[in-house]
Design a protein around this ligand. Structure first.
Ligand code: SAH
Length: 345
């Protein structure tokens, strides 16, 4: 079990407080402070001083530090680059929608998946995040903004299902009524398609929204864009999506980054329709964000519109994602990449 107190669920914290000779209500007080979030034990004024000292010695709080914070002049999107206790950096993005504030969190430092269009994976995986390091991104963004966060998306740096246990624990923490109490229905988890882990997630029957990064309607193209497709080709992936739907009754969201001349033709829209046949789905069309190291370019507006029309006409709801934070490197991994290159880390 992780020794960081913010990674513990209330029953675990209660057991730990018991070992320290403390009553259960102390655990509830401490849990509330940890999720407030307090930066120091000094702030926890309703806890006995001696207990605060013991905790400070044994369980340092290590809040993340803001290295960079960029605010979009276009739409108020805020991007944070945090430094974690070991010096690693991760990104978090706050997006303002009419229905509330959404925080997009990272689940790993770097990413092992190797998708060719993605800045997060260029340097490979450095390490997986601890549960509290994922939670801290939500809590400290909320603290810094002084505004409530109502939605969380696991769509930042990393592959959440490659960090399965820690992500599940993060979900339990952020969902806990004694903590933020965020509804699972307000949480989305995005995966590149790790089939066994999609099945394992289905077994948990959570009410979150599963997003699958599809990006191509055929194995030939998908394997070129996403190495994970060589391990779990489309037939297997779609099988897992069907099983996921049967288990949870939750409609799946498919992400589709539109890349000029690669995956954006009318024929490919029809192939995508065939692939999704019979599965309650929603497709998010995202014009590719340009990544400096990659020759791939976004589809033209008319190509995106035509693709969307074909999907809709075929009975699959499709939305063209509004691009937020276009002026602040707000897409996946770009800010961390820039920073680590500038500082040679
Ligand atoms: N590893 C997870 C979540 C992180 S990425 C996943 O693969 O789903 C969040 C989304 O952004 C994914 O759909 C990813 O494929 C997409 N993405 C990454 N780089 C992109 C780019 N340059 N342009 C558009 N979308 C991109």
């Amino acid at each position: 079990m992780s020794q960081h107190l913010r990674s513990l669920l209330l029953p675990e914290l209660t057991a730990l407080m018991g070992e320290l000779g403390q009553p259960a209500f102390r655990a509830r007080q401490l849990y509330a402070w940890l999720h407030k979030p307090a930066r120091t034990y000094e702030e926890m004024t309703n806890l006995p001083r001696a207990l605060r000292q013991t905790l400070a010695e044994r369980y340092p709080l290590t809040p993340p530090e803001i290295v960079r914070k960029q605010v979009s002049k276009l739409d108020g999107t805020v991007k944070y680059l945090w430094r974690l206790s070991d010096g690693s950096c991760v990104e978090t993005v706050l997006m303002r929608y009419s229905y509330g504030n959404t925080v997009c969190v990272s689940s790993e430092v770097g990413c092992p998946m190797g998708c060719v269009f993605c800045a997060s994976t260029l340097g490979g995986l450095v390490r997986r995040l601890e549960p509290q390091e994922i939670l801290d991104q939500v809590l400290f963004t909320q603290l810094d903004q002084g505004e409530p966060v109502s939605h969380v998306v696991l769509m930042g740096i990393g592959e959440p299902l490659d960090n399965f246990e820690n992500v599940l624990r993060f979900l339990a923490l952020v969902n806990s009524p004694e903590g933020m109490g965020l509804s699972m229905r307000h949480i989305s988890l995005s995966t590149c398609g790790l089939v066994p882990k999609i099945d394992a997630l289905a077994e948990k029957k959570l009410q979150l929204t599963l997003s699958v990064s599809l990006h191509a309607p055929t194995d030939e193209i998908r394997s070129r864009l996403m190495p994970v497709n060589r391990a779990y080709p489309l037939e297997q992936l779609m099988g897992a999506c069907r099983r996921y739907f049967s288990a949870t009754n939750r409609r799946i969201s498919f992400e589709y980054a539109m890349i000029r001349g690669v995956n954006d033709s009318p024929d490919q829209a029809r192939q995508l329709l065939a692939l999704l046949k019979g599965l309650p789905a929603h497709v998010n069309l995202i014009p590719l964000n340009r990544v400096a190291e990659s020759p791939l370019v976004p589809s033209t507006r008319p190509a995106v519109a035509a693709f969307q029309e074909l999907l809709e006409a075929g009975g699959v709801p499709a939305t063209v994602r509004r691009t937020l934070g276009g002026d602040i490197d707000a897409s996946c991994g770009q800010l961390r990449r820039k920073y680590t290159q500038e500082h040679s880390i």
